[in-house]
Structure formats: C-alpha cells, structure tokens
Design a protein around this ligand. Structure first.
Ligand SMILES: [Zn+2]
Ligand SMILES: [Zn+2]
Length: 125
C-alpha cells in the first residue's frame, strides 16, 4: 500500500507535494525534506514499467510546453515564429532560433526574440 503520488519514475510527497529523492542503496524509506513525511523505498519498485505503459502519467504542463513550441511558419533570418510569451512586454508571439551550444546529450538552447518589443531571451531544452 502506498499513498504517494507517482508520475513515471518520480514520486511526490502526498502531504506537501515535494519531489522525493530516489532511495539510496540499503535505504528502506525516504524522508520528505519539507515535511518529514516518510515514504517506503519499496514504492519505487516497478516504476520503470509504469513509465512505458502509461505515457498519460506525465503532467499535462509538459505536453502543453511542447505544444507551444510547435512552429507555425518560417520567419526568415529572425527565426521561426512561435507562440511564446514575452517576459518583457507580454506579447504572445516570438521568433525562435535553436542553437546547439552544448553537447548533443544535453539538448539545445532556444533563443527567442519578441515580435513586439524585440526583447531577447533564451530557454534551455
Ligand atoms: Zn512533504
Ligand atoms: Zn516583448
């Protein structure tokens, strides 16, 4: 029996919602850093199977994020016009350019330029 919330291989504290650490070798339980709730380490068994069989277990916020990055049409040199909120003026469209600054293993960095105020910012994938 486990009251903890599982999302894929992650387990969240049922009391305060904090992401619990993975149990270390030999540990029989994990203690929540925020509220001292104790979750048995056995809750982590079989989480790999859950990840494969239940893709809907992922938070909808992650899928929403992926959706907003879908490109709509090419914007030439400035990049691809996407639905992305400008942190400076709040405009809902920006040009995006993907830069492979880091190694392929670590993903890429997306540079955004606001269509309204030309404010620039970047997001690491
Ligand atoms: Zn907690
Ligand atoms: Zn802006």
């Amino acid at each position: 029996m486990s009251p903890a919330h599982k999302i894929g291989s992650l387990i969240f504290c049922p009391t305060c919602g904090t992401l619990l650490d993975l149990p270390k070798d030999g540990e029989v339980d994990i203690t929540c850093e925020q509220c001292a709730y104790v979750e048995p380490a056995s809750s982590y068994e079989n989480t790999e199977i859950m990840t494969r069989s239940d893709p809907d277990a992922f938070p909808s916020a992650l899928r929403q994020k992926r959706k907003t990055q879908t490109k709509r049409h090419e914007g030439g040199d400035r990049g691809t016009l996407v639905s992305e909120k400008c942190p400076s003026c709040g405009a809902l469209e920006a040009y995006s350019k993907v830069m492979q600054l880091r190694s392929a293993d670590e993903g890429s960095t997306v540079f955004y330029t606001c269509v309204a105020c030309t404010h620039g910012w970047r997001v690491n994938n």
